[in-house]
Design a protein around this ligand. Structure first.
Ligand code: SME
Length: 168
């Protein structure tokens, strides 16, 4: 499938409708978790030109390990409760950070980053399995509307039930 450039609406509700359609389109009926996250990070990156890092950290024991992403090389592992990502895990709650230098314990991967949003990934039964992490070069780039919109998008990404059904 060749990628078709999309003009994203500036109005947030519409923006997230289009982003949801695009994410679903590029997931298709894929059941491989890495493939789904890789394409999701690419679709989201196209929609956020001011984001400099878009990707996933996935639960691995008592750490998060980096998954598919778009952006500069990043830290591979983040402990439970560490940085913005580990805090989202510990608090089981999205983090919207207007200025990362003001977030105590923030783990810097790119010195150009000013703001960050981290959205928990939860399975249908509520189990936490990772986070979507996005950084921006602009201060205060991510808003509560983005949190609400991205929480809907990440619901599309868990393939564990699909894999179970496939091999039943
Ligand atoms: N800033 C994150 C670390 C990952 S990078 O942003 C890609 C954190 O504090 O958890």
């Amino acid at each position: 499938m060749s990628y078709i450039e999309i003009e994203y609406p500036s109005e947030k509700a519409l923006f997230y409708e289009v982003l949801k359609e695009q994410t679903a389109l590029y997931i298709g009926d894929e059941t491989d978790q890495s493939a789904v996250l890789a394409n999701a990070s690419a679709v989201i990156a196209q929609a956020f030109p001011n984001a400099n890092w878009i990707g996933f950290y996935l639960v691995d024991g008592d750490e998060l390990v980096v998954g598919p992403f778009q952006g500069k090389p990043a830290v591979s592992r983040i402990g439970y409760g560490k940085g913005v990502c580990g805090t989202a895990w510990k608090e089981d709650k999205a983090q919207v950070v207007e200025e990362v230098s003001c977030f105590s314990g923030h783990i810097a991967c790119d010195c150009n980053t000013h703001s960050e949003i981290v959205i928990p990934l939860r399975r249908a039964d509520g189990t936490f399995w990772g986070v979507l992490d996005m950084d921006s070069v602009l201060p205060g780039h991510f808003t509560e509307e983005d949190r609400v919109g991205l929480e809907q998008i990440v619901k599309l990404l868990d393939t564990s039930d699909l894999r179970k059904n496939k091999f039943k």
